[in-house]
Design a protein around this ligand. Sequence first.
Ligand code: GAR
Length: 196
Amino acid sequence: MLSVAVLISGTGSNLRALLEAASEPGFPARIVAVGADRDAAGLAHAEEFGIPTFTVPYRDHPSREAWGAALAEELRRIGADLIVLSGLMRLLPSALVDEFAPRMINTHPAFLPEFPGAHGVRDALAAGVEETGASVIIVDNGVDSGPILAQERVPVLPGDDEAALHERIKPVERRLLIDVVRGIAAGEIDLENPSR
Ligand code: GAR
């Protein structure tokens, strides 16, 4: 059984979908901890499922590196097989990425390499594209530049604002994320040698 730690910053709707999937009999992974860089609303989902939570507040640390070192200590203590970034809105310091790579994956609301970064949905709208998408990648030291494990297109519709488009993308993200975690747990996706 693959053990998974999840890191969030926000509402945790994708986290919730993963918690629900992992509570199904036969799902080959279990969530062992959920952490956040702030007092994230989504931690309540983990509590509801009886999963331990932790917070390493970014603001309590003098630098990104110091925050990353504190987060790495927590992740080491938890010792999960896989770390899922599910809406963690922070760039991770390279020391942390180097320690846990390639066992750290990220879900992103765009069809990477299009529209990386913190505003993937807004940037797609601003570019006026007819299609954007969702991607699940291995975290590397770039901004959303790691190997792509799964991705799918999502249409941009006339009249979309950022919230409407993001709500259309999120169900696709959830499905891709659950499939990728299942695939890693089942040995169908090799993080050391990813190929699609
Ligand atoms: C998700 O769409 C996730 O892909 C995005 O934040 C959202 C979190 O939603 N992450 C990024 O944009 C990272 N660059 P949630 O808190 O409702 O799951």
